[in-house]
Design a protein around this ligand. Structure first.
Ligand SMILES: O=C(O)[C@H](O)COP(=O)(O)O
Length: 229
């Protein structure tokens, strides 16, 4: 079996990216620059003659908007397949806080560990917080005990890889042309698994907003090589 291609993209710039706020499961929209980034990504994909018949994304607007801009621009007539399992990693009580201000309060090293450590986690969002996902109608169909209050990258990897194996890989095997429009940490976690990265490698791995990534998936369902487009 020859390698099969899949395209992944981290959503384009959101309003909270622009303000330097921890976002996680919070749901800001794209900025005007973000919409331009998504349109540019679409035009680079079009130059390669790419078009998608399966588009997987999270339930968060910055990813669905990025996916919609690409789908519209490439004239892909398919509905988006949305799942919370492709959501950004849940950032617990950090959601809504300024990354820079927090580094001044608790130190840059602690903030780096919370952001990049594979198993590190900030304190959880209290269950009673009105910002908790269990009060958000987007998650009405989800078993409440599955909804996290905080996640490490390792937790994010478990749910994203589970979704990849159940939903995305079978579509690739079925010869669908697949786009996954998701989030920085979801994609770091997925690519770590697919490309067999070490913990040390993933801790130094950053994914920019709005730049498509082409991955070659081998017969074992793992990534043999990848590149930015
Ligand atoms: O959720 C967020 O704040 C960003 O989308 C990703 O954050 P990070 O760069 O801290 O991982």
């Amino acid at each position: 079996m020859t390698d099969q291609k899949v395209i992944m993209i981290r959503h384009a710039q959101s309003e909270w990216n622009a303000k330097g706020l921890f976002t996680g499961w919070a749901d800001p929209v794209l900025t005007p620059l973000g919409r331009k980034e998504a349109a540019e990504a679409a035009s680079n994909l079009a130059k390669l003659g790419l078009k998608f018949d399966r588009i997987y994304t999270s339930v968060l607007q910055r990813a669905t908007e990025t996916a919609s801009i690409i789908a519209k621009s490439l004239n892909c007539q398919v509905p988006l397949t949305k799942s919370w399992q492709l959501n950004e990693r849940h950032y617990g009580v950090l959601q809504g806080k300024s990354k820079e201000a927090l580094a001044k309060q608790v130190g840059a090293e602690q903030v780096w560990r919370w952001r990049r450590g594979f198993e590190d986690m900030p304190p959880p969002m209290p269950l009673a917080s009105p910002m908790h996902a269990r009060f958000d109608t987007k998650y009405d169909g989800v078993e409440p005990t599955s909804l996290p209050s905080v996640e490490s990258l390792k937790h994010t990897q478990i749910r994203a890889v589970n979704y990849w194996q159940k939903e995305v890989l079978p579509s690739i095997r079925n010869n669908s042309s697949v786009l996954v429009a998701a989030h920085g940490n979801t994609l770091r976690a997925l690519i770590m698994y697919l490309a067999n990265m070490s913990v040390q490698e993933v801790e130094g791995f950053e994914i920019p907003t709005g730049i498509p990534i082409e991955l070659n998936i081998n017969k074992h369902g793992r990534c043999s090589s990848w590149r930015y487009i």
